[in-house]
Design a protein around this ligand. Sequence first.
Ligand SMILES: [Zn+2]
Length: 590
Amino acid sequence: MDQRTLGMLTKAGALALLLGIGLVLLTGCAREPEPAPETGVEPADVVLLNGGIYTVDAQRSWAEAAAVRDRVFIAVGSNADIKPLVGRDTWVIDLAGRMALPGFHDAHVHPTMGGYALRGCNLEGLDSVEAIVEKVTACALDMDEGWLEGHAFDLSLFGQDGPNKSLLDAVSMTRPIILWASDGHNAWANSVALELAGITADTADPPLGVIERDADGSPSGTLRETAQEIVRAAIPKPTLESNVQALRAGIEHLNSCGVTSFIDAWVGLEDYQSYQAIERAGGLTARVVTSLTYESGFAKHYGDEFDRVLAGRREYASERINHDSVKLFLDGVLEGETAALVEPYVGMHGKRGDLILEPEALKAAVTRFDAMGLQVHMHAIGDRAVRAGLDAIEAARKVNGRSDNRHHISHLQLIHIDDIERFGALDTAANFQALWAWPDAWITELNLPVVGEERVQGMYPIASVARAGGRLVGGSDWNVSSANPLDAIETAVRRQDAFAAGGATLNENERVSLAAMIDAYTINAAWLMHHEDQVGSIEVGKRAVIVVLDRNLFDHPATAINEAQVVMTLFEGEAVWSAMPAENDFNQND
Ligand SMILES: [Zn+2]
C-alpha cells in the first residue's frame, strides 16, 4: 500500500492538476458534458474514465467508464454517461486507455504460508542446489536463534531420492533446519532437526508417509507427505500474532497481483482466528472462503475436535468471510508416487499409489458434509483420486438430492478420459492450477519416467473439461507456485513456459482462450465462492472491485499476457494496491 502514496497528491496539487486537465478537456472535447452536481444528481465517490473495461457481464461487453458510490457500481458505460456523476469530492481515475476487469479470484491458495515465506527464508524460484544452500546459509546468519525454516524450495533440482541432510549439516550442526518444498508434500531436514523430531534409523514410516533413507538405513533428510508432520510437531507453534502478520503479508501480496477474492485451501481454528482478527482491525481487503482440512495426515484437527471447530465456524464468519467449506485430501503427488492412479506406475511392480480415504469412507464423508450444506473442496492429482472424488459427489447426490453446495476438485493433473464429462454432469468445478500445465522439469524429469508419455500428454486436460461442459476455475496454489493469475492464464492459453517466448508445448489441443481463463479467474470462481451476485463482474449493483492492468490483454500476443502489470487494485471502491502514475490519479479526498 506504500505505492499508493506515489499516486497521491496534495489537495492543492490535485486541484491544480485537475484544473489543468479540465482546460484540456474543454479545448479537446468542448461538447462533453461538464460535471453538473447542480442537476441534483448525487455525485459518485469514485469514477473511472477513458478505459477499456472488460465487464465480464453476460454479454462479455466492454465499457469506457464506471462510477462507484457507497462501495458499489452505480453506473457502467461511456465517458458521457459517467462524467455527470463527477462531483467536487469524487476521486477520478483516468485509466488512459488501460484495461480494467473484475478483481481476480484465486480459488486455491495458502496466504498464511505464503506470508511466512515472504517474511522469512524464501527459497521460491532459486534454480540451483548451490543457490538454495547459499540462501539458507545467509538466513542462518540473519535470523533469530532456534528453528530455521525455509520455504518453497524446488524439489525437481534433486533426483528421485530427494535432497540429503549432509548439505544442510554443512550449514549448521547445532541449529535445527527444515526446508519445505514448494509442492507442500516434501521436506528437507538437517541432522539436528531429525534428532529433535526423534526420527532415527529405527523410526518406521508413518501411514501415508515416507522417510527416505541413506544406504546405512539412517534417515537421509527427505521426508515425504505425513512424515513431514513428525518434524512439524517438534517446532514450537506460532502465536496468533505471528500468524496474523503472515496472513496480512499474504493478502497484501495477493492484492498486489489483482486478487480480491480467494479460497484458503488449508485451514484450522487458528486461521479462523487470524481472519477474524484482521477483519476486526479493519484490514481485511479481500473476500474469503476457507476450507477446513478433514482427516488425512494433513488435517489441523481430528475426530471430536474437528467436529467442534466445524460446528463453531459461524462465530468467525462475516459478510466477507465464509467458512462453509471442508478440504479433503484424496491422494498425494506423482513425485514420490503418492498420487493414486487407475493404471500402475511405470516400472514400479504394479504400484498404483494409495487413496487417503477408502472410496466408501470418502462417499460417507462427502455425503455427510453435503447434507450439512458445506462445500467440499478436494485435492486430487491422480486419475483414480479424481474418479473417487466424482464418485463420492455422485453418491452424495443420490442420498441428498441436488444441492447448491458447489463442490470442486483441485489440481487434476490426470483425469481419466471416461471421467472428463462428469465435471459438467455433476456440476463440479474443475479447479486447475494452470501454471503447471507446461512441460517443466517436474513433468519431464520426475513424472515422465513414472507415468509414461501417453499420460503426460493427457495432463491438465483443461480444454477437454471445458468442451465437455465443465466449469473451469483458476487457482495459484501459492506459495507452491506464483500467485500472479496472469502467469497461470498465459500458461493455459499457450501450454508453454510463460516466462519464455517459445519452447516445448504440453499438448496444444488442451489450449484454452484468454476469455475462458478470465472467466475462470472472475465470474466462474465467484460462483464457486457463492458470491457471484456481489462480485465477479463489473455491473451496476455489484461491489466495486476492479483490477487495472497497464495494457489490454486482448490487443497483445499470448506471450505477453504475463508481462502486463497490475497498476491498481480497487476493493469495494478503495485502492488496496496502486502503482498508478500521479498524472492519472486525481484523489481530491486526500
Ligand atoms: Zn494447495
